[in-house]
Design a protein around this ligand. Structure first.
Ligand SMILES: [Zn+2]
Length: 288
């Protein structure tokens, strides 16, 4: 599942591709999304002004309206520039589109059959692929916000939020970092990496952290996520950015998915445990 850095990577790519483009036509293929038909048609002939991230979701601002897309397990947003713009709308309406300079039948058994909807703009088309169909699309006529009492992992006020609102939480530190009702955007891969760098054992209670340790966790949340964004995210299974590139952060990992391999700092073997039905990777010697 894409985490904050992967969604940020998608948003940055889409912001370049989509900003200031005028929407010609939105076509829905997935019956689950048909209820959005009326709303989506109101976006046609309007200009996309911004693509940004809201937590782990992609927010597309069109005029003063908003589309919020959650990629979930397998959702992907891919932008393809037109190769034959003049006839694209006609082709799409027949169930075909120009992709990679070839006519692709969207309904046939090929890798494009999982298109749930598309946004055709002047100059190109944004496709929402989603083989498992867990992704969601919502429409808002005013800017959506994160849930009350939660904070984005890269919010500049994260440090004071952690000190003021969370110091009594007895949950283990690993599960706390994954709790999206608190910090939005940290997933399983990055939680293990953050705790390794902060030298904190994943089974400790969050409330047992000293002020200094909380500061360290906050510092490494920022450092790990920012570096992962620089590397275009982490690709383990099928994450791709909006232009189809894979991420590179998997080459930077200290502990995640390295069970039984040597710690890069002390050469002890990396251990794996299960917490809240999710795998945690850590070094017993480095993390206290
Ligand atoms: Zn170690």
């Amino acid at each position: 599942m894409p985490e904050l850095p992967e969604v940020e990577t998608v948003c940055r790519g889409l912001q370049k591709d989509l900003k200031s483009r005028v929407i010609n036509k939105i076509i829905i293929y997935d019956p689950k999304l048909k209820s959005l038909n009326h709303h989506l048609s109101s976006l046609e002939n309007k200009k996309i002004s911004l693509v940004t991230r809201l937590g782990k979701q992609v927010l597309i601002k069109v005029d003063n309206l908003y589309l919020l897309i959650h990629l979930r397990m397998t959702g992907r947003l891919i932008f393809v520039k037109n190769s034959k713009q003049h006839s694209l709308i006609d082709e799409i309406q027949k169930g075909e589109a120009y992709l990679e300079h070839k006519v692709i039948r969207l309904t046939q058994d090929n890798k494009y059959k999982h298109v749930r909807f598309l946004i055709n703009c002047k100059g190109g088309t944004l496709y929402f692929f989603d083989p498992r169909r867990f992704g969601t699309v919502e429409y808002f006529d005013k800017k959506p916000e994160l849930a009350i009492n939660s904070i984005d992992a890269l919010d500049e006020n994260l440090n004071s939020y952690l000190h003021q609102n969370t110091s009594k939480i007895k949950q283990n530190v690993k599960s706390f970092l994954l709790n999206q009702a608190r910090i939005v955007g940290i997933g399983n891969i990055y939680a293990s990496e953050i705790l390794f760098l902060a030298k904190i054992h994943p089974e400790r209670a969050w409330s047992s952290l000293s002020k200094n340790e909380t500061n360290l966790v906050c510092r490494y949340i920022k450092q790990v996520l920012t570096k992962a964004i620089e590397k275009g995210g982490t690709t383990f299974s099928d994450f791709q950015s909006s232009n189809g590139e894979t991420g590179q952060y998997q080459n930077e990992l200290y502990v995640y998915s390295r069970e039984g391999e040597k710690c890069r700092k002390c050469e002890s073997l990396i251990l794996k445990i299960t917490q809240g039905s999710r795998s945690t990777f850590y070094c017993e010697k480095c993390q206290k």
